[in-house]
Design a protein around this ligand. Structure first.
Ligand SMILES: Cc1ncc(COP(=O)(O)O)c(C=O)c1O
Length: 451
């Protein structure tokens, strides 16, 4: 397709001057420049629009261009461009944001440290776990356990907890922060222990206890996991998994850090994914949907117990933009919208509809091996052979991706083998809109021939 001169120039300038995250340096991928975003759509410089079945990076949970958030940002920046939250200073937006979050987070997660995103929140949360032990005279409790196939960001400490990507975030930058251990994820379709649920007795969760006791609980500060692994391909744990993990952490005095960066804010049909499992973590990590991604923002929620230990002690961590007033104002407006628009309810209803269609229509396709997820957070595993579960070739997956974009659908592959499509549209999407998008995805997938 012939591109306009403007788009050509933009793409060429991009190639020369811009380095993209998690991509090949200086090599084009999708060759598209997006300049508009509204509702469930994004639009490129050619005027072609796409249904955003990914909510970009699963972060625009309220849909694009929410006026209430735009107005809140404009109003806030007219009053104050920036004031610091260092020196014990504060700003009204940040305080309001913390109060609102305390109302919607489960249990007694009532105290908040603010950041500019997910990785930063994970870094801060891991420091909180270590501070908690340090201030009780137990500084030897330092190690952190995370899952394989986990994505917790690429910042300084978070990257050590991130195991997703077969080393792509580690090999070129080693050494990463030491003191991290990993266990198998609850990925039943490709069980790391070669077992089958439920006969496995959730061995993957029980293995956490073996690691803690083998290492010595006296050396373990915390365990971190996503509510539902997202970049890992939407790996929805069996119902017993989270309660077992919670129990093991409590029994061995290990802080349970739960990462809701992608699974939070209505994505799964509950405000937070962990609510599906009736578990309350000690520390909860948030970003993305917290501000609908309109401005960079994130938070770490601490339980009353953790806070009680830290109270009066030095919080030896901070960044210039922690608790930024304008980002906080965006978040306050987003949090209000979740309530006003009944977004959790919609995600539940539309998510169920999407899942029914995936199970009934997509699952029988020769290239679909597995479907998993909750609400508007579903993964479709693409395979070359349903019996052997062999993943398809890179060429097949690339063709699928390009065909979807050509047909006006934003949908990216993720997962351990990068062969799971993540269906995660804005949680405000209607059933009619979801049907329209799924019809297109189905026609593309049904039309592809496995080599
Ligand atoms: C679960 C989870 N944690 C942390 C992060 C990192 O967030 P950020 O990219 O804002 O640093 C992500 C990003 O996708 C994520 O999915």
């Amino acid at each position: 397709m012939k591109l306009s001169d403007r788009t050509e120039q933009l793409i060429n300038a991009d190639l020369e001057y811009v380095i993209h995250p998690a991509g090949l340096v200086g090599q084009p991928d999708l060759n598209r420049v997006l300049e508009k975003a509204y509702g469930i759509y994004v639009e490129d410089t050619e005027g072609k629009r796409y249904i955003d079945l990914s909510s970009q990076l699963m972060c625009v949970n309220l849909g694009h261009g929410q006026k209430k958030i735009q107005d809140a940002v404009k109003e806030a920046i007219d009053k104050t461009d920036y004031t610091t939250t260092y020196w014990g200073l504060s700003n009204p937006y940040n305080i309001e944001c913390a109060q609102k979050l305390a109302k919607i987070t489960p249990g007694n997660l009532n105290h908040f440290y603010f950041t500019c995103g997910g990785g930063e929140s994970v870094d801060a949360a891991i420091k909180v776990a270590r501070m908690y032990w340090h201030y009780q005279g137990r500084s030897e409790k330092r190690k952190i356990i995370s899952l394989y196939n986990a994505y917790h960001g690429t910042t300084g400490i978070a990257v050590s907890a991130t195991t997703f990507g077969s080393g792509m975030f580690h090999v070129a930058i080693e050494p990463v922060t030491p003191g991290f251990l990993h266990i198998a994820p609850p990925y039943c379709y490709r069980c790391f222990h070669n077992l089958t649920y439920p006969g496995c007795d959730v061995a993957c969760a029980r293995y956490l206890e073996k690691v803690i006791t083998s290492e010595g609980a006296a050396s373990i500060a915390g365990f971190i996991a996503e509510g539902i692994q997202g970049a890992g391909g939407v790996i929805d744990p069996p119902p017993e998994w989270w309660p077992l993990i919670r129990k093991i952490c409590t029994d061995h005095e290990v802080i349970l850090l739960e990462d809701e960066v992608m699974s939070g804010f209505a994505r799964t049909g509950k405000m937070f994914a962990i609510e599906h499992y009736d578990v309350i973590p000690d520390v909860m990590i948030m970003a993305k949907g917290i501000s609908n991604a309109a401005l960079p923002f994130g938070a770490v929620a601490l339980s009353d117990e953790i806070y009680a230990v830290l109270k009066g002690k030095m919080f030896g961590h901070g960044t210039t933009y922690a608790g930024h007033p304008v980002c906080s104002a965006a978040s306050v407006a987003a949090l209000e919208l979740y309530e006003e628009l009944n977004v959790v309810e919609n995600a539940n209803k539309v998510g169920k509809h999407i899942r029914e269609r995936l199970d009934n229509e997509f699952s029988p396709l020769p290239c679909v091996g597995d479907i998993g997820g909750k609400g508007m957070f579903q993964g479709i595993e693409i395979v070359a052979n349903k019996d052997t579960k062999q993943p398809p070739s890179k060429v097949f997956l690339e063709k699928l991706r390009y065909d979807l974009w050509d047909k006006g659908i934003v949908l990216r592959e993720a997962g351990l083998l990068m062969n799971r499509l993540v269906v995660a549209p804005p949680c405000t999407m209607t059933i009619d809109e979801a049907d329209k998008a799924l019809d297109i995805v189905y026609s593309v997938m049904a039309g592809l021939h496995l080599e």
